[in-house]
Design a protein around this ligand. Structure first.
Ligand code: BGC
Length: 407
């Protein structure tokens, strides 16, 4: 009989958001172009490039048993076909040290960033994108595979589709700024198309390539380490219909179904839930007027997690790994309330028989929140921007205590 693996209790980061100086990544360039919509550049981020061992030590001291982080493709393969042994070593050390500390390393291969050369060649719009990604996955598996506990090929590949289900491109007032940013990055790179899928104007030919990239990367990893669970992580708000089901059906067709279909051959489905989304016939509706808000202006709605997890399992038949859940909170007391409430909603669906492999909180620490820069506080740990000193917040202790209480 095979032993049942322990429930994973973890915290997550992503390379570009914490490492710092990710200068060969496509998004680094987007932060630098003239009139960029990014509030500020990522710069040194949390200096996790140098402080990664401290980060793992924090996970350990909280009594967690999983750390989700991403490897940066642009470091591992700084030019097409040129692989950096030194950077592969760097990430191999991270997974090895995690294991030594009894921490399961959950490795993300693509957390929004790609190498600058990949974007300048057409990104996920180019025909050989899946093969390029699979080659990178293969090299990473070769070096990290013996230690990785779970592999996530893509972080939220459905994200660009979430606002594109209702055929109203004007729904995104920021679109013009994004197009100008991508055009400026193309000029800087001497190409006519700088393609970064997460800021793209829709799926186009990218969707098939992304899904093929997922399948091929999974196959590459499995060819070396067949027993390692591989999956993808989806942005899954608890979507709730308002005034009829037509809108929600269109939403699910665009932003969920192709990805759930892709996950049916995976080992788990990665669920990332921050709150709920109210969907009318043609548009996403604002939260109720009296709703409590988070720092990012979203509705405070921790109980979304259980519903989203149950839905993901029912659609795929796969066990759920909660790979992100959290809130931006200027007042940490709000996060301290959020964590037990979100986990209680997960407990409720587990009690109904939904299989859940683990809960990984976003994020271990305050970090670079993409276009919003450093203004959003998702961390269990605060980071002093002058000296990168890390300090646990009270919510980290709330989480640690809850995990300890469950043995
Ligand atoms: C992403 C993270 C991001 C978080 C909070 C998720 O969509 O995977 O990179 O920081 O949400 O916005």
């Amino acid at each position: 009989m095979t032993a049942v693996p322990p429930f994973l209790w973890g915290a997550a980061t992503a390379g570009h958001q914490v490492e710092g100086n990710n200068i060969n990544a496509d998004i680094w360039l987007l932060e630098q172009v003239e009139d960029t919509p990014f509030a500020e550049p990522s710069g040194d981020a949390c200096d996790s490039l140098n402080r990664w061992a401290d980060d793992i030590a924090m996970i350990e001291s909280l009594g967690l048993n999983a750390y989700r982080f991403s490897v940066e493709w642009s470091r591992i393969e700084p030019a097409p076909g040129q692989f950096s042994e030194a950077w592969l070593d760097h990430y191999a050390r991270i997974v090895a040290i995690c294991r030594k500390a009894g921490i399961a390393p959950v490795v993300t291969l693509s957390h929004f960033t790609s190498p600058r050369w990949f974007a300048a060649a057409g990104g996920w719009g180019q025909g050989d994108a899946p093969g390029l990604f699979a080659r990178f996955a293969d090299r990473t598996a070769q070096r990290l595979g013996a230690f990785a506990s779970h592999v996530i090929t893509f972080n939220e590949p459905n994200l660009p589709l979430m606002g594109r289900w209702n055929a109203t491109p004007l729904a995104d007032p920021g679109r013009t700024g994004l197009d100008a940013m991508l055009a400026a990055a193309a000029r800087k790179s001497g190409t006519d198309r700088f393609d970064v899928w997460v800021y793209s104007d829709g799926p186009g030919d990218r969707l098939d390539n992304l899904l093929a990239g997922h399948r091929m990367a999974r196959a590459a990893w499995k060819a070396r380490y067949p027993a390692t669970p591989v999956g993808l992580s989806l942005a899954l708000p608890d979507v709730q219909p308002v005034g009829g089901e037509a809108g929600i059906a269109a939403y699910r067709r665009h932003a969920e179904d192709p990805f759930f279909a892709a996950a049916r051959d995976d080992d788990f489905i990665g669920v990332q839930t921050y709150g709920r989304m109210l969907i009318g016939a043609k548009a996403v509706l604002p939260p109720p007027k009296d709703a409590e808000r988070t720092e990012s202006g979203d509705e405070y709605y921790p109980q979304a997690l259980g519903n989203a997890a149950a839905h993901a399992h029912r659609q795929t038949g796969k066990p759920v790994l909660v790979t992100e859940n959290g809130i931006a909170a200027a007042d940490d007391a709000q996060r301290a309330r959020y964590i037990p409430a979100a986990i209680a909603s997960l407990d409720a669906v587990r009690a109904e028989g939904i299989p859940v492999l683990g809960y990984i909180h976003w994020s271990l620490m305050d970090n670079f929140e993409w276009r919003r820069g450093y203004s959003q506080h998702f961390g269990l740990v605060s980071v002093d921007r002058r000296n990168f000193r890390r300090t646990f917040k009270p919510s980290a202790q709330v989480y640690a205590k809850l995990v300890r209480a469950r043995g």
